[in-house]
Design a binder for this molecule. Structure first.
Ligand code: MG
Length: 129
């Protein structure tokens, strides 16, 4: 049985997915992957057991982007009285307007790509201690 805490990674780019997955493995987390926001919501809706400790959410994705997916996660939490799940944006641009858009959608923080291992580790420690 899987004992490592789960981080749900929502990212449409295959190489980015591989990089993030390898980093999470190295840091001792259990990465579960989704390719877009819709797939992530479907995974969460049918989730069995302890929910993910944190979600790493790409912003720009086909089908459903990270902003819409995060708004849906927050709406579901409110409707069902679920605990707040930390959602950290993976953003290509760390400009002020992008971070404002992340927070407005209900995200807790953001990491800029290309992702650095130490930044990811610090973020996990902060939001999923
Ligand atoms: Mg993307």
């Amino acid at each position: 049985m899987e004992k490592r805490p789960v981080v749900l990674v929502v990212e449409d780019h295959v190489v980015n997915r591989m990089v993030v997955k390898a980093m999470l493995d190295k840091l001792g987390w259990h990465p579960v992957m989704a390719e877009n926001g819709q797939q992530a919501l479907e995974l969460l809706a049918s989730w069995q057991g302890k929910p993910p400790a944190l979600v790493l959410m790409d912003c720009q994705m086909p089908v459903m982007d990270g902003f819409e997916a995060t708004r849906a996660i927050r709406a579901r939490e409110a409707e069902q009285g679920l605990p707040h799940m930390p959602v950290v944006a993976l953003t290509a641009n760390a400009f002020a307007e992008d971070s404002a858009q992340c927070f407005a959608a209900g995200m807790d923080d953001f990491l800029s790509k290309p992702l650095a291992l130490d930044a990811l580790q610090a973020c996990l420690k902060k939001h999923a201690p």
